[in-house]
Design a protein around this ligand. Structure first.
Ligand SMILES: Nc1ncnc2c1ncn2[C@@H]1O[C@H](COP(=O)(O)OP(=O)(O)OP(=O)(O)O)[C@@H](O)[C@H]1O
Ligand SMILES: [Mg+2]
Length: 182
């Protein structure tokens, strides 16, 4: 079982490959309605309509190094296994939106995992801004690299700052009783 945070990493990596400058990630633990919803929105180059139609097919990829692309198909499989699904909306030149839905208490639903690790890796992997929102029912935790950069500027990639960011996110999610540690 692949943790949700690792699926998010894969999807956001696609955004970086697509030249995104901003990535918005939302994890919504709607426990009241028994739904886990993950949304990833980027402002990258978007997906051609001929690719978009079959984008979750593993044999659809713009990769040059191998003929299969697994990020979206693996996440979709994980969603379907949990009575949910995955959808991709995209506009060329504007960006892409991936929405994943899983039944929250499904026995096969992977743990959310360490979101803080995912965000720190993303900060290190490009010149991008990341906005993160985590909801547990009506409680909300938010994080935005743009806010951090107002104080620390380019030092955001310094190990000390990244350590602080990691703790801040872990604490923030824990405080809204998010499923990071489950
Ligand atoms: N956010 C995005 N912006 C633009 N194109 C995208 C985006 N996400 C996916 N794509 C397109 O869809 C294809 C399939 O994506 P997917 O993540 O499933 O596989 P991959 O990235 O090609 O390979 P892998 O994820 O295994 O490294 C990509 O090759 C790319 O052409
Ligand atoms: Mg990919």
């Amino acid at each position: 079982m692949r943790e949700i945070s690792l699926h998010i990493m894969d999807i956001a990596q696609n955004s970086i490959s697509a030249g995104a400058k901003n990535i918005y990630i939302e994890v919504y633990e709607n426990i009241n309605e028994n739904i886990l919803k993950v949304t990833i929105i980027d402002d990258g180059k978007g997906i051609d309509s001929d690719i978009l139609d079959n984008v979750t097919d593993p044999f659809v990829t713009s990769r040059k190094t191998r003929k299969v692309g697994l990020g979206l198909s693996l996440f979709e499989a994980a969603c379907k296994r949990c009575d949910g699904g995955l959808s991709v909306k995209s506009k060329l030149g504007e960006g892409t939106e991936v929405t994943a839905i899983l039944k929250y208490d499904h026995i096969d639903r992977a743990p959310i995992g360490r979101i803080s690790d995912t965000i720190v890796s993303l900060i290190l992997s490009g010149d991008i801004d990341i906005k993160y929102k985590h909801r547990v029912n009506d409680k909300i935790f938010e994080f935005d690299t743009k806010e951090i950069k107002k104080t620390v500027g380019d030092d955001i990639k310094e190990p000390e700052i990244l350590r602080w960011i990691k703790e801040y996110i872990d604490e923030g999610i824990k405080n809204i009783d998010g499923g990071v540690w489950e």
